[in-house]
Structures are given as structure tokens and as C-alpha cells.
Design a protein around this ligand. Structure first.
Ligand SMILES: Nc1ncnc2c1ncn2[C@@H]1O[C@H](COP(=O)(O)OP(=O)(O)OP(=O)(O)O)[C@@H](O)[C@H]1O
Length: 342
């Protein structure tokens, strides 16, 4: 089998509209100028005719190419955003060639969750799952995520699907996250003619990583949807047992997700300016009981274990700032870096 001039070795991923293969060069001699000495790559194959909005492979190529060009022009290298090496097209499918990375954030968390024996007060014992990722490693990962997000946001791009399967790591540097998958991303000012800024798709983001304003169908949302998603993601990386902070069913039902968000972070302010005037917000205020926020200590208990460190206190401030309803108060990636690196 030949995939757009590359030899597929294994299928390593794929979504509803794509297949991702580990590939190697068919003709090492001729390819070395394009890709240097590296031997193995990831090839994302997408047939644009199969896609449904907001998925758009041509838009993904445009966004990744623009990000790459901007880095070249500014002579900077942002290693926290995937580098699009090349693009090919065989009249049916596009092939996007990327550096091959080794694991997703989901896999990385799983590999750190260990079974431990704990003793109950009555002397009996039970097995418990314990997330062993050191807080200092989480800190480095969060800094990397913020650098990547700061870069794409500064170029007018909203990722729109920050989740643990779209953050990758190489084995050599397991604290250096790389943001992938710009398949449903938005590039200002109008997503290359696809979506006006006040009429954006709200069917974006994966499961529990959806920002609350999306659940209320706000269409003129900003890059702060990525910041909410990264806040929920950081809570996952920091969890005691490697599990998300919301119930499992929140993955599949927006209603369950909304009620989990309210139960965790309290009700949104009644004058929430982002959603004021939206029918869904009015009905939320009429129908749901007012909830108080849980203390941060119960949401991310690992950050409150003694002794408090510089990393844990900065991560506390960051998570608290990322999970604000009011988007003007929600931290940007730039603000987050100012807290983390001060
Ligand atoms: N450069 C890469 N190196 C290693 N694995 C990769 C790479 N790119 C993608 N993958 C794997 O393929 C999966 C899907 O990639 P990607 O998110 O780009 O495709 P997608 O069609 O948008 O998927 P989805 O619809 O699930 O979001 C990733 O979660 C990862 O497991």
C-alpha cells in the first residue's frame, strides 16, 4: 500500500473523518531535502468530500501553514504547536505530514495512574488508583500548553478542540506538550469566509471540555473557550486518580455537563455579560436552583497537599482564573504565563 508517496507502517489514530498512519519514506534519497534525517512520520489522510462542518481539512491546512509561515517570518520556533511538514493531494485525499510523536496526554496520564493499597480505619485494605504525575511536571506541561495557546491566539486562531487526545508528547521530552488537530479551528476574522465572528459554530469542543457559554449557544465567543477547556484539562492532569472532575455522563450529554459545571463552579452570575439576553441563559436562571461553588481545594486537592510549593500555588491561581464564567475575567494564555513565570 502506498499513501501519497509514503509507506504506511501502522494506523495510529483517526477520527470520524480521518485516518492517521505512522509512515516512513518510500524513497529516502529523494525525500531527505524536505524532511531531513528523520525516518518516521505521522500522516493524516482526509477526504474533504466526507467531512461535515465545522471539520474542514482545507481550513486546517491554511491555519497550520499560516502559523508556520509566521514563525519563519518572525524567526521563532514554537515547539508547543505541531509543525505541518508538508501537504499532498491525490485528487481524492489530502495527506498532511507531521513529526511522529509518541503518546497522547490521555495515554501519558494513564501510564502514571498506579494501583496502591490503602488501609481503612477498621484494618481492612483496599486498592486505590493514584495519579503519580509530579506537580512540578504538571507545572512544566501547563507552561508549555500556555505557550502554544498564547502563540495561536496571538495569530487570531481559536483551537476549539483542546482535549487530552489533542495534546501529544515525545518520549524524549514527556513534559513538553504539543498541540495538534486544527481540524475545527477558527482563524479570525471570519474563518476564511466560513463563519462570521458573531455566527460561529457552537458544535465545537469535545465532551467535558466545552465552555459554559457554548452550552448556552453563544455564537460570538472568543478564544476564551480554549482557556476554559485548558482549565478543565489541568484539573484532569492534577486529579488524584487520573479521572476527570465531572461525572462520566457529562461526556455525552450537554445537560449533564451543564449541571456538573454548576455543581462544581457554582451558578454563573445573574448579570453574566457574555450570555445576557440569550434565551438559554434566561431559562437557566429560571429553571436551575442557584448553586454555590465548591472550594478549589475539593476540585484539585493535590494542589493543597502540604507542603505548598511555588508550582502548586501558581497552579491554584491559574485554575481559579481559567474557570471564571465571565470571559473578560477568565485568564488568557498570556495572563496565565505571567502568573506561572513570575
Ligand atoms: N503527529 C502525530 N504523532 C503521533 N500520533 C498522532 C499524530 N497526529 C495524530 N496522532 C494520533 O491520531 C489521533 C487523531 O489525530 P487528529 O486529532 O489530528 O485527527 P482527527 O480526525 O481530528 O481526530 P478526532 O476527530 O478524534 O479529533 C490523535 O489523538 C493521536 O492519537
Amino acid at each position: 500500500m502506498d499513501a501519497l508517496g509514503w509507506k504506511p507502517l501502522a494506523k495510529i489514530g483517526g477520527g470520524r473523518f480521518s485516518d492517521i498512519y505512522k509512515v516512513q519514506k518510500n524513497d529516502p534519497e529523494n525525500c531527505s531535502a524536505v524532511i531531513g534525517e528523520q525516518q518516521l512520520f505521522a500522516l493524516k489522510l482526509v477526504d474533504p468530500d466526507d467531512e461535515k462542518p465545522p471539520h474542514n481539512i482545507r481550513n486546517e491546512i491554511k491555519i497550520l501553514s499560516d502559523l508556520k509561515k509566521a514563525q519563519e517570518e518572525q524567526n521563532t520556533a514554537i515547539s508547543n504547536v505541531i509543525n505541518l511538514i508538508s501537504v499532498s493531494f491525490n485528487n481524492i485525499e489530502y495527506g498532511l505530514l507531521f513529526p511522529l510523536l509518541d503518546m497522547t496526554l490521555s495515554q501519558m496520564i494513564k501510564s502514571h495512574v498506579k494501583s496502591r493499597v490503602v488501609f481503612n480505619s477498621d484494618g481492612t485494605m483496599k486498592m486505590r488508583k493514584v495519579n503519580t504525575i509530579p506537580i512540578d511536571n504538571v507545572f512544566k506541561i501547563v507552561v508549555g500548553l500556555m505557550k502554544g495557546l498564547d502563540w495561536i491566539h496571538s495569530r487570531g486562531v481559536i483551537h476549539r478542540d483542546i482535549n487530552p487526545n489533542n495534546i501529544l508528547f515525545s518520549r524524549e521530552d514527556p513534559v513538553m506538550p504539543v498541540i495538534i488537530d486544527f481540524g475545527i479551528s477558527y482563524q479570525g476574522p471570519d474563518n476564511n469566509g466560513l463563519e462570521k465572528p458573531d455566527r460561529k459554530f457552537t458544535d465545537i469542543a469535545t465532551g467535558i471540555y466545552k465552555a459554559p457559554e457554548l452550552l448556552l449557544s453563544k455564537r460570538d465567543y472568543s478564544n476564551k473557550v480554549d482557556m476554559w477547556a485548558v482549565g478543565i484539562l489541568i484539573a484532569l492532569i492534577l486529579s488524584k486518580d487520573g479521572k476527570p472532575i465531572f461525572e462520566q455522563d457529562s461526556m455525552y450529554s450537554d445537560l449533564v455537563l451543564l449541571s456538573n459545571i454548576l455543581a462544581t463552579f457554582g451558578s454563573p452570575p445573574s448579570d453574566w455579560s457574555d450570555c445576557k439576553g440569550l434565551t438559554s441563559f434566561d431559562s437557566l436562571n429560571r429553571t436551575f436552583f442557584t448553586k454555590s461553588p465548591k472550594p478549589l481545594e475539593t476540585i484539585v486537592p493535590r494542589l493543597f497537599e502540604e507542603p505548598e510549593t511555588d508550582s502548586s500555588s501558581k497552579l491554584q491561581k491559574t485554575i481559579a482564573g481559567l474557570t471564571k464564567y465571565e470571559t473578560s475575567q477568565r485568564l488568557s494564555a498570556h495572563d496565565s504565563l505571567a502568573i506561572l513565570l513570575c
